[in-house]
Design a protein around this ligand. Structure first.
Ligand code: ATP
Ligand code: MG
Length: 284
């Protein structure tokens, strides 16, 4: 049985459970247990915890794996391995100062007071940059610290920057980019290791599918070679004759990132009736 620690409620909870569902894993009472949820079709049990407790729980072997933000992994600094980046809960951890401060470089922070919930990450960063500052640990409402005279600067999570702006702050140093990750205990038993491999294989298939689209189009037969060059597909595109003589249907997959560029090229080459469909799973 694989035990995975997941955030009980917060920014990671829903996406994590959704990822398990996309991996084909179903839970008793829809995974809405208070402390635990047991999967009905995979030897998996979920423990719901505060995200701060997840690295320790995995390092101690209470859970075999966990899903948590990279920022929390680095802050807690426990003996865990990052097995896979999961692509959600993306944010950055930055130093911000009051807008009126004519900030020039990190040296300006020497001797200043910085409020944060991530003292370890900050202290490592300051040390790397040869700056000595006074780190003041607080657990919430970090962004109001300068305006109430608690600190000169802050170090906190930023996603869009609008919270900083509304508190009269500006971002001056990006220290860390973070996203949700799957962490594992370094001492997994062979059985749990095998289960985890099975799960990460599924996660990989789901993640890959999210980055690709299935594309179908019609084209005159003489254009198929040119179109195949634009749409290499997993091996090569599928080409099927249409009932209309001299025309074929071409099927392939394209990367989400290349999407608009590819579509433009296809149209220029003579493709018509282009359909683009999401892919649920992709195994290569
Ligand atoms: P808990 O009650 O479990 O301790 P929390 O309040 O510490 O929860 P959340 O605010 O739910 O944590 O955030 C969880 C993680 O999501 C953070 O550690 C970070 O990795 C990421 N995160 C936080 N804020 C944002 C944001 N605004 N945008 C994207 N990701 C974020
Ligand atoms: Mg927390």
């Amino acid at each position: 049985m694989l035990t995975i620690a997941v955030q009980k409620s917060g920014r990671l909870s829903e996406k994590t459970m959704e990822l398990f569902r996309e991996c084909g894993i179903a839970f008793q009472n829809g995974g809405k247990g208070k402390l635990k949820a047991v999967a009905t079709n995979f030897p998996l049990e979920i423990l719901f915890l505060r995200d701060d407790d997840i690295p320790e729980c995995v390092a101690d072997g209470i859970a075999d794996a966990g899903v948590v933000g990279e920022n929390v992994v680095y802050e807690k600094d426990r003996a865990v391995k990052i097995a896979r980046k999961l692509g959600f809960a993306r944010c950055r951890l930055s130093i911000a100062v009051p807008k009126s401060w004519e900030y020039e470089s990190i040296k300006d922070l020497s001797g200043r007071k910085i409020a944060t919930s991530f003292p370890k990450i900050l202290s490592r960063y300051l040390q790397e940059n040869g700056v000595q500052a006074d780190i003041h640990e607080i657990n919430g409402s970090v962004e109001i610290a300068p305006s109430i005279g608690l600190a000169d600067a802050i170090f906190d999570i930023v996603s869009t920057g609008s919270t900083l702006l509304s508190n009269g702050l500006k971002e001056v140093e990006t220290v860390l980019q973070s996203e949700a990750v799957l962490i594992t205990s370094p001492n997994l038993k062979p059985k749990e290791k095998a289960l985890l491999k099975k799960l990460t294989f599924r996660i990989q298939a789901v993640q890959r599918a999210e980055n690709f689209k299935y594309i179908l189009l019609n084209a005159p037969n003489e254009k198929i070679e040119a179109i195949s060059e634009i749409l290499p597909g997993m091996k090569s595109p599928t080409v099927m004759p249409l009932a209309l003589k001299g025309w074929s249907s071409v099927h392939s997959v394209i990367k989400e990132d290349d999407f608009w560029e590819v579509i433009e090229k296809l149209k220029e080459t003579g493709a018509q009736g282009i359909l683009v469909i999401p892919i649920e799973k992709m195994i290569i």
